[in-house]
Design a binder for this molecule. Sequence first.
Ligand code: NAD
Length: 265
Amino acid sequence: MSQANPFRSKVALVTGSTSGIGLGIARALAEQGADIMLNGFGETSMINGLIQELSSMHGGRVLHHGADMSKPSEIEDMIRATESKLGRIDFLVNNAGIQHVSAIEDFPVDRWDAIIAINLSSAFHTTRCALPGMKKRGFGRIINIASAHGLVASANKSAYVAAKHGIVGLTKTVALECASTPVTCNAICPGWVLTPLVQKQVDARAAEKKISNDDAKRDLLAEKQPSGEFVTPEQLGQLAVFFCSDAATQVRGVAWAMDGGWTAQ
Ligand code: NAD
């Protein structure tokens, strides 16, 4: 294993990696030499640009599969396509997610169903499909991107909090089922990260309170995140690299917060 590219022979599938945290993790794994299967929505030209960028980091293979993570048959196809086109899946990062903010009695039923499908059930489908290959080859790292909302709740986020608490539970179960194998499963619980998912909440807060965008960001952070600073996709990428490393072999079933102190309160 070359020091310059420690993940040279590894293949990573990162769901929801055309934006935000997933893209930060895909970049970090590509920097370590891994081949990457990207997933997520976006314009073809933008996705082609990402493929170019990531493959130029280490000259490895980078592909994109457009599976809709709310559709089990498309998820199955993505796992099969990754294994056939890139040869294997060593690192599975379940990251795709959406948000909807509303009081429970007004919560649109279709938004509840979509959040549970994309933020929770998709990880069940990717894991059940990718695990047999990992066990057969004798290596695997499954990383579920949960949230501070996998550990504590906030009002008006019932579906998101339910899905994120659910994925922390799923993480522990998969970790135990794989405990005597070389496959690990862990969750990362980010606090606020300034991605399009959170920018929408900043915009809503600015409009509601009639304050500037910068003041809305400060306001959002002050409410939950004692550091007063956003977590970055780059920092989360480095935590994912650690979970994928040999040093993390005995890290199993944890829900690791990177949240500026949010859940320490
Ligand atoms: P984002 O909106 O920047 O990116 C979401 C990604 O998921 C995009 O690539 C999008 O195309 C993809 N996606 C959405 N629906 C999809 C679907 N049906 N099928 C396939 N791909 C789909 O969001 P983000 O903030 O980077 O969030 C990524 C993950 O991190 C989510 O699970 C989110 O809950 C979690 N998270 C985010 C924050 C935060 O503060 N931003 C904090 C904690 C956890």
